[in-house]
Design a binder for this molecule. Structure first.
Ligand code: DLZ
Ligand code: SF4
Length: 520
């Protein structure tokens, strides 16, 4: 007897590795096929770190195994078997040839470029394509658009409060935030004491599947950025759960206090590395927040830790995605400061005598991970005050971090770090001098520059670049009430001092950045 015709082909992308995906609902195990495909375009459209490629492919292969163990029909194309399939579109077209489905079901992707392509899949295949919302996010794209409608400015804080009310997270019985405040950000900025001993993140020994993928990446992506070994990420849901439990027990109690701290040689401090697992679907955003809330309610973690964590997940994470979909595709083209300088080579090599940058880039090369403040206040801050081209900077962030997908990377880079969007996401640029880096890290003590100096041969480049940036963009920034104080300080400086910082900045930038038109 002939097999029953395939009713639905369900295409699951590499960052949709959850059994709860909308594309996997109402699944008929006897007649449906789940398609997953390792495709060359996704491995190559950004300069992905080797660990990132290995992570996504290994997590995909493990997820496919889990679906098979459940008795589902999975058509999984590996890079070796799918040479014909350069991208999602051709992988799907080939699968339609194989299975002749009556319809195709997908969950909307995380990136604009993939969505644009997806909108053409029905025409391409001649099979009806149903695109479902990605309801792993708490606010749908329509919810965010409604929230944004009619508002003069979009601020994370107000969005976040709505999300707290909606989810009930850290709310008391009468609808007020527990502890009487919505946001404990000011309690998240302690410097790390010298004797603090942050825990190691949970590490996982690669199994047979991961070892195969690591060999494949070593073989095919040898020219990509980053170290492949040691590979220690979780690649299954149960490992990701274990990694998160490890964080909750070992790091969460201090996460609040030291969220912004940095230390030489420390890769994660009290951070969870949760974004890596959340962004591919191995962890569920609401579940991790409820778990953190439970720890607070049980008296095991302080409120500034629980609130700080929950704010990142239901606040910033959802807010950046909302901005992305609201403002794309124009968002990627923004360049408020008309910044044009090329990315210095040390963003790839780590070879620089600016110790803070050397530390952050070296760690990024080794781990495909750096925490938020390293990304924002070291590599991001430098890119902002040095006037690096936003497109080059964005391509770098998208490639080098294992948790980076454009929906989260672009608003974080163009909006938060570079203010290239002119203030859609943040109310002022996060520009800072070396003083901030000294306060939050021990980087300056190992540096050949003197963080207390702003001019002269051993002046910290973050200092003269910072004042040069403010002077250069006075017309665009001085009207911002949040910048008033800093412009008053600049105005009190002797003119010769400002002039000397400006000329030192120009000489420095000529030396480290090859300026000129950028093509990415
Ligand atoms: C990041 C990535 C990589 C490296 N490789 C694949 C792949 O081979 N197959 C796949 O389905 N997804 C991959 N991904 C994740 C996609 O880039 C991601 O799904 C889209 O960018 C949409 O967010
Ligand atoms: Fe960075 Fe300046 Fe400190 Fe050196 S002195 S580590 S360049 S902030």
């Amino acid at each position: 007897m002939a097999a029953a015709p395939v009713r639905t082909l369900r295409f699951v992308l590499g960052d949709q590795l959850s059994r709860r995906m909308s594309s996997l609902r109402d699944l008929d195990p006897d007649r449906d096929v789940v398609l997953m495909a390792e495709v060359h375009e996704e491995c190559g459209y950004a300069p992905h770190h080797k660990k990132k490629i290995a992570f996504v492919l290994s997590a995909m292969r493990h997820f496919a195994e889990d679906l098979r163990a459940e008795g589902l029909n999975v058509d999984y194309r590996t890079l070796e078997t799918s040479d014909e399939a350069r991208g999602f579109r051709s992988a799907l077209a080939a699968a339609v040839e194989r299975h002749r489905p009556q319809r195709i079901v997908v969950t909307e992707p995380g990136e604009w470029r993939v969505r644009e392509d997806m909108l053409g899949w029905q025409n391409e295949t001649g099979v009806p394509v149903e695109i479902r919302d990605d309801d792993r996010f708490l606010a749908s794209r329509a919810d965010f658009a409604n929230w944004a409608k009619g508002r003069k400015s979009l601020r994370m804080e107000y969005f976040y409060r709505d999300m707290r009310r909606r989810t009930g997270l850290l709310m008391d019985d009468v609808g007020e935030p527990v502890g009487g405040r919505w946001n404990f950000d000011t309690d998240n900025r302690k410097a790390l004491p010298a004797d603090a001993r942050p825990p190691e993140p949970a590490r996982f020994e690669p199994d047979g599947i991961t070892r195969e993928v690591v060999d494949l990446v070593r073989d095919r992506f040898a020219d990509h950025f980053g170290d492949l070994d040691p590979f220690w990420f979780a690649v299954t849901r149960s490992q990701a759960d274990a990694a998160f439990e490890h964080f909750v027990r070992e790091a969460l109690p201090k996460f609040g206090d030291y969220q912004d701290a940095m230390r030489r040689g420390e890769k994660t401090l009290y951070h969870a590395v949760t974004s890596l697992y959340l962004n591919v679907g191995l962890l569920d955003p609401l579940a991790v927040c409820r778990r953190v809330e439970a720890e607070y309610r049980a008296g095991r973690v302080p409120l500034n830790a629980a609130e700080g964590f929950i704010r990142q997940v239901i606040g910033w994470r959802e807010f950046t995605r909302g901005i992305y979909w609201l403002r794309m595709p124009e968002y990627a083209e923004t360049n408020f400061f008309a910044a044009r300088r090329r990315l210095p080579d040390f963003y790839w090599s780590g070879e620089t005598d600016l110790e803070c940058l050397r530390q952050c880039v070296t760690q990024t090369r080794e781990q495909a991970y750096a925490h938020h403040i390293q990304r924002l206040m070291v590599t991001g801050n430098f890119a902002l005050i040095a006037g690096l081209d936003p497109k080059e900077v964005s391509a770098w962030y998208l490639g080098v971090y294992a948790d980076a997908y454009e929906w989260v990377e672009l608003p974080n880079t163009h909006g938060m770090a570079l203010f290239a969007d002119g203030g859609v996401l943040a109310s002022k640029p996060y520009a800072a001098s070396g003083k901030y880096i000294r306060r939050m890290s021990d980087y300056c003590c190992g540096c050949r520059y003197d963080v207390d100096k702003a001019t002269g041969p051993d002046a910290c480049p973050f200092n003269f670049l910072y004042w040069n940036f403010l002077a250069e963009h006075r017309v665009k920034l001085a009207g911002n009430p949040r910048m008033a104080l800093i412009y008053r300080t600049l105005d009190r400086m002797p003119t010769e001092r400002v002039a000397s910082m400006k000329s030192q900045a120009e000489r420095f930038l000529d030396r480290v950045c090859r300026s000129g038109p950028v093509t990415v």
